[in-house]
Design a protein around this ligand. Structure first.
Ligand SMILES: Nc1ncnc2c1ncn2[C@@H]1O[C@H](COP(=O)(O)OP(=O)(O)OP(=O)(O)O)[C@@H](O)[C@H]1O
Ligand SMILES: [Mg+2]
Length: 382
């Protein structure tokens, strides 16, 4: 049986036993199997897809043709509405077992809502999802046993030590004392917390809190790990540590990892495949390399005072495949960067456009996002 997942984000100490320890504990099993209260919005009863059995495996295309049995996560036309607002709009996903899948999108794109549906914490209003072989709507208990979840806003109890949190979490999953002891030792090295496990969480840095949160999600050795923005707000050193841990979990344990992020470098560096989400829709999916290649081998970026005049001057040039404008910046994609820089500069000079900066570089996922949506994902990357 299952502890009640709550619809609201976990802030502070939650009322349900599963929520007391941490935000990551939203989807766990209680030791005595008692559901501690009716959740406001779970899939356990009712809902459009509740009660439907897992459909027969189908072959999917998006992941290169892996059969459903090879999939850790399969979502078909998954949708979540809040009133008239569609937060997640018919999302299809096919994440292979052992894959790191990066779900990349700006604020409000629908990353957390999708994650919460896949983790059985929010009921879909349409479509279906199979996670670790079980339907999130009709078999949420089975899903929860097999997944680990570190939500975007974890609520940790500052007064606990890290070890106490992990023990509590292990008990929720029904682990024996000996199993918990063993896992605790694993965690010391796995998330690199060492002796800090015996200190109170209130003494932890932001990065350490993320890591204990991650450890709590891992205590029962889940098949699939969901990380919602695991490095947002972390300094570069802590971020690199989390990346390292994610890689290690994937390579050493073969764990499937579904990770949301607003950081293109994170998706680029960690993910085997990336789904780009904007306004609830997946606008592109592929390996980071393939996504970047899709817009050309190079981009020429110019910052100018008259961006429309610049667009007219540059768009017509031979060798320029596409032009995107964002603010005072124009991005021209091309398959021949070095050969295109001079013609771009000359064309701008002839059009009397004042150039503040001109850069030639390889495309980033941000350029992909710009081409697809007309917006930059990260303004600071300009
Ligand atoms: N419980 C809710 N009620 C109403 N609207 C909601 C609810 N939860 C999310 N939304 C809306 O759905 C949209 C998607 O939200 P979501 O939290 O999934 O985005 P996100 O991609 O995770 O964003 P962020 O990067 O800020 O975490 C947003 O416009 C948000 O305001
Ligand atoms: Mg979010």
């Amino acid at each position: 049986m299952i502890a009640a997942p709550t619809e609201q984000r976990t802030t502070g100490t939650a009322a349900t036993p599963n929520g007391v320890a941490s935000g990551v504990t939203n989807g766990v099993v209680t030791p005595d199997g008692t559901p501690p209260g009716a959740p406001p919005d779970t899939i356990v009863s009712g809902g459009e897809v509740a009660g439907r059995r897992a459909p027969a495996p189908t072959t999917r295309r998006a992941n290169g043709g892996a059969a459903a049995a090879d999939l850790a996560i399969e979502a078909v036309q998954l949708e979540r509405r809040f009133g008239d607002f569609v937060a997640v709009d018919k999302v299809d996903l096919a994440v292979r077992r052992g894959e790191i899948y990066g779900f990349l999108g700006p604020n409000g794109a629908g990353k957390s809502t999708t994650t919460r549906m896949l983790c059985t914490l929010t009921a879909p209003t349409g479509g279906r999802a199979i996670v670790a072989g079980h339907d999130v709507a009709s078999d949420p208990d089975a899903v929860r046993l097999r997944i680990g979840v570190a939500l975007q806003s974890a609520a940790l109890d500052d007064k606990q030590t890290g070890a106490e949190l992990l023990r509590q979490q292990g008990r929720y999953y029904g682990l024996t004392r000996a199993e918990i002891d063993r896992r605790l030792e694993d965690m010391r090295t796995l998330v690199d917390l060492g002796d800090a496990l015996d200190q109170r969480i209130k003494s932890y840095s932001g990065g350490m809190k993320r890591r204990i949160d991650l450890a709590a999600a891992l205590i029962h050795n889940p098949e699939v790990l969901f990380l919602d923005e695991p490095t947002t707000g972390l300094d570069p050193v802590s971020r690199a540590k989390v990346w390292e841990e994610v890689r290690r979990l994937n390579t050493d344990l073969g764990m499937t990892i579904f990770l949301t992020t607003q950081y293109l470098e994170e998706a680029d560096s960690l993910a085997d495949r990336v789904g780009v989400i904007d306004h609830g829709r997946i606008v592109a999916e592929g390996t980071p390399e393939a996504l970047k290649r899709s817009i050309g081998s190079d981009v020429v970026i110019v910052r100018v005072d008259d961006v429309e005049a610049a667009r007219r001057a540059v768009a017509a040039l031979p060798g320029v495949d596409a032009v995107e404008v964002h603010g005072d910046e124009l991005t021209a994609s091309t398959s021949d960067g070095p050969g295109t820089v001079s013609p771009v500069a000359v064309a701008l000079a002839e059009a009397d456009v004042r150039v503040h900066a001109l850069t030639l570089r390889e495309p980033t996922l941000d350029d992909v996002f710009l081409t697809l949506t007309g917006n930059r994902l990260q303004e600071e990357d300009l």
